[in-house]
Ligand binder design. Sequence first.
Ligand SMILES: Nc1ncnc2c1ncn2[C@@H]1O[C@H](COP(=O)(O)OP(=O)(O)OP(=O)(O)O)[C@@H](O)[C@H]1O
Ligand SMILES: O=C(O)C1=C[C@@H](O)[C@@H](O)[C@H](O)C1
Ligand SMILES: [Mg+2]
Length: 174
Amino acid sequence: MPQVRVSNIFLVGPMGAGKTTIGRQLAELLRWEFVDSDHEIEARTGANIPWIFDIEGETGFRQRETLVIEALTQRQHIVLATGGGAIMRAENRAALHARGTVIYLETPVERQLERTARDHNRPLLQTPDPRAKLTSLLAERDPLYREVAHHIMPTERSSARDVAFHILQVLGLR
Ligand SMILES: Nc1ncnc2c1ncn2[C@@H]1O[C@H](COP(=O)(O)OP(=O)(O)OP(=O)(O)O)[C@@H](O)[C@H]1O
Ligand SMILES: O=C(O)C1=C[C@@H](O)[C@@H](O)[C@H](O)C1
Ligand SMILES: [Mg+2]
């Protein structure tokens, strides 16, 4: 089968999977532009994510997210870190799958908890039991991450740097 040329890399996965961290490193290694859909939503709205959730609810945030995914996936040679819930809408999954190579950063709940413990910018984790929340989100979303992905990369036992190199290797980019 002829190798398909990779023109974009889209990272999907749960909170704390390392999408932002690994995405930045990939972009640097490839000399491509790095874009983070959460940051883009904040920049376009002029408000941070907790504020958007407070004022517009999760539904308002998801509408903004779909507009941003639709716009960003039309670019070329970008590494895009998506928000953890970006795969919830079928239209987002369709745009991601068709317009780039989608990598699922597969990460167990224990690692997600460790990696998100010090950060309060994730409204869905402002709950008395973040472990239970991450567990139920992953149960609901894991099938969708798998559905949209072209490749699945475990992040549990590797540093962000090693995951980035492994992705380049799998995609034949180094
Ligand atoms: N493979 C890894 N090993 C150890 N730590 C990691 C790894 N990947 C990311 N981290 C660390 O975990 C934290 C969360 O990572 P990051 O913000 O990149 O996750 P994310 O997937 O973008 O989350 P979100 O969906 O909430 O935006 C950061 O402090 C980062 O340095
Ligand atoms: O998992 C989620 O639904 C979210 C993840 C973050 O990246 C942000 O997009 C927001 O906090 C929602
Ligand atoms: Mg992120």
